[in-house]
Design a protein around this ligand. Structure first.
Ligand code: MIC
Ligand code: SF4
Length: 656
């Protein structure tokens, strides 16, 4: 009766019981990091005095901060490469492609576990892996110990029926699911896809869907491993990595949703949230300024071949800038060999590096007030680097046809009148993708006892902040620095774009921009609170606080600014873990309405922290208003120790 997710988790169970809400430890077979979270991961790995990694495979990718407009990014790359050589980690150079696409192509294996310091790590679920995104410290610990802690999620089964029509694609499937479940609908859940419709989706289609499961807040998403999986692995020259995997026929899901693929039509997520979904038809033919095709969601070989087929022999509209960032060097090289690259260029596409690029605001920011159609996964306000841009998330088919017409266009209903056909894209032959891996640097084979190569650190790399332990009898206090609404993203907390990404290893610099887009005075107020009588700050949030990225910077920067607690109506999973790892206490209002009564400047105290945090509920005193609030204390035993030690590194190093 087991779901596929629980079968894989059961095989990897090191401690605990596999039941929803249970605290377990699971074995981690593979890890990945990318550069913008990676510098912190490797500073933390070094701080743990770890030896060679305990995983089967760990890879460090450089794909986010690849614009080298100064020495900072290049220094970070050199730092990461030097640490890789010390701990037996593969290093993937800039230009190789986007971490999730590369992991899928080169290393993904059905039935294995993968932990990655990026929220879109669940892309691996397209190959039948349990692939989970986490904060950097959790990934560093998984490398050092070969395992990680996991609160067992429920399993939401999505039954897929039928098959997609041409001009409708995997992106529309996940946008449909996002509309149904919302950006917090997946919290505490694994989304498992099954049913007849699965066989109509290729591995890269499935990876698009599991990738954007991150936008549901899900722990991960997973598809079975079947004949399509086998063919995909054979195309990558890795057919021997295949094994069939599926849920038992009588598997029981905790919750269920059914999607009829044949009834779907092209969809778009409107500004500024991935769940603000409507049909392209309903949004209508709005004029567009920019189209971006790429990102870890939609930059596969098939995605780009579809775009090339639509654009072939035609011209991008005069008012549109079309930007294409392929997912990997192997894909780009195949497009170059089969002529599709020439079709794209001849149509007027700007081909940029195989990297995250515009998805994380690393260049290609649209003009003021622009409408930008993107095949990406997040359209949070300002993420493109242009604060007043209107970003719509769409499929590659919708993006490509709209690039030609200059308006948002529904290919399904409009292609015939426009005379644009979308021929079926032939699957690549087995072994089609080149396997030279020219972008991968293998770690040196260090003989036992040999001296480790040196860590190379540029001047922009600053130590990460550490919290202070809470003494027995003491409380945790702070004055309220910010009262925020629902669905605050980590992009809101710690914005990232081409200006700020070079400073991912420089917390003091980033601190000046914390909450910049919501309240530019936040850093100054937080510092004042830190120096004031309450000796710290508190943030009050609404539902789903900290959704989005896995960036630890959204916790480490507030820690640096003296934030001691975040009180919210609910938290996103990875951000909550990052707060705890940093020693910032996350508490959930037992009465959500209490959150709306708290004012900026109120002094809040959790008295007798050691005693109270041992109980399932704690009481926060509002010293300014004379009120008190009951808060749910969801900390596990281990998490409580981290908070009291002033963070997980302190706990590991015994410096509590
Ligand atoms: C993102 O898509 O938001 C990022 C940039 O890939 C982040 C990681 C980061 O902030 O470095 C993520 O998804 O975790
Ligand atoms: Fe990179 Fe964008 Fe994917 Fe994040 S979502 S990993 S920035 S491509």
């Amino acid at each position: 009766m087991s779901t596929l997710a629980y079968k894989i988790l059961q095989e990897h169970l090191v401690a605990g019981e596999l039941m929803p809400g249970g605290e377990t430890t699971i074995r981690i077979d593979q890890t990945l990091t990318q550069d913008s979270t990676g510098t912190m991961v490797y500073l933390q790995l070094e701080a743990m005095d770890a030896g060679p990694v305990k995983t089967e495979l760990s890879v460090a990718y450089i794909d986010h901060n690849t614009l080298q407009t100064g020495f900072e990014n290049a220094d970070d790359h050199a730092f990461i490469q030097s640490v890789c050589a010390r701990h037996n980690i593969l290093f993937s150079k800039p230009g190789g492609g986007i971490c999730h696409q590369l992991q899928l192509e080169n290393y993904g294996v059905p039935g294995k576990t993968l932990l990655g310091s990026d929220s879109h790590t669940p892309t691996g679920g397209g190959l039948g892996m349990i692939a989970i995104g986490a904060g950097g410290l959790d990934v560093a610990i998984a490398m050092a110990q070969g395992a990680c802690a996991l609160t067992v999620p429920k399993v939401l089964g999505v039954e897929l029926k039928g098959a997609l029509r041409p001009w409708v694609s995997a992106k529309d499937v996940i946008l449909h699911v996002l509309k149904a479940l919302t950006v917090k609908g997946g919290v505490g859940r694994i989304i498992e896809y099954y049913g007849d419709g699965v066989k109509a989706l290729s591995v890269t289609d499935r990876a698009t869907i599991t990738n954007m499961g991150a936008e549901l807040g899900a722990t991960t998403s997973i598809f079975p491993s079947d004949e399509n999986t086998k063919r995909y692995l054979e195309q990558q020259g890795r057919g021997d990595a295949w094994k069939p995997l599926a849920a038992d026929a009588d598997a029981v899901y905790d919750e269920e949703l059914t999607v009829d693929l044949s009834a779907l039509e092209p969809l778009a997520a409107k500004p500024h949230s991935p769940d603000n979904v409507d049909s392209v038809r309903a949004v209508g033919p709005i004029e567009i300024d920019q189209v971006c095709i790429g990102s870890c969601t939609n930059s596969s070989y098939a995605d780009l071949m579809k775009a090339a087929a639509i654009l072939k022999g035609r011209k991008v509209h005069p008012n549109v800038s079309l930007v294409i960032s392929p997912g990997s060097a192997a894909i780009l090289s195949e497009l170059a060999r089969n002529g599709a690259l020439a079709d794209l260029i001849d149509a007027g596409a700007r081909i940029i590096e195989n990297a995250c690029g515009p998805c994380i605001g690393m260049g290609q920011s649209p003009k003021s007030g622009a409408v930008s159609l993107r095949t990406f996964n997040r359209n949070f306000k300002g993420r493109s680097g242009t604060n007043d841009a209107e970003v719509y998330l769409v499929s590659p088919e919708t993006a490509a046809i709209s690039a030609l017409t200059g308006v948002l266009t529904d290919g399904l209903s409009a292609h015939a009148a426009l005379g644009i056909e979308l021929p079926p894209i032939p699957e690549p032959a087995p072994g089609a993708f080149r396997r030279e891996n020219a972008f991968v640097v293998l770690p040196p084979d260090l003989p036992a006892g040999a001296a480790l190569p040196d860590v190379v650190m540029g001047p922009n790399i600053k130590p990460f902040p550490r919290g202070t332990a809470v003494r027995e009898g003491d409380g945790i206090s702070g004055s309220v620095v910010l009262v925020a609404g629902d669905n605050i993203t980590t992009d809101d907390i710690m914005p990232s774009d081409s200006r700020l990404l070079p400073y991912r290893s420089n917390i003091p610099h980033l601190a000046e921009y914390c909450f910049e887009k919501i309240d530019a005075a936040f850093p100054a107020r937080a510092k004042e609170a830190q120096a004031g009588p309450a000796q710290g700050g508190v943030i009050v949030g609404g539902e789903n606080y900290g959704q989005g990225s896995s960036r630890e910077h959204a916790a480490l920067v507030p820690l640096y600014l003296g934030i001691r607690m975040v009180l919210a109506k609910s938290f996103a999973r990875i951000h909550r873990a990052n707060l705890i790892n940093s020693g910032i206490l996350p508490l959930v209002f037992a009465e959500p309405a209490d959150a709306d009564t708290i004012k900026e400047g109120d002094v809040l105290v959790l008295e007798l922290a050691h005693t109270q945090l041992a109980e399932p509920q704690v009481v926060i005193q509002n010293k300014t208003q004379g009120a008190q609030y009951r808060m749910a204390n969801g900390l596990t035993g281990e998490e409580r120790k981290m908070i009291l030690a002033g963070g997980r590194i302190n706990l590991i190093r015994g410096e509590a």
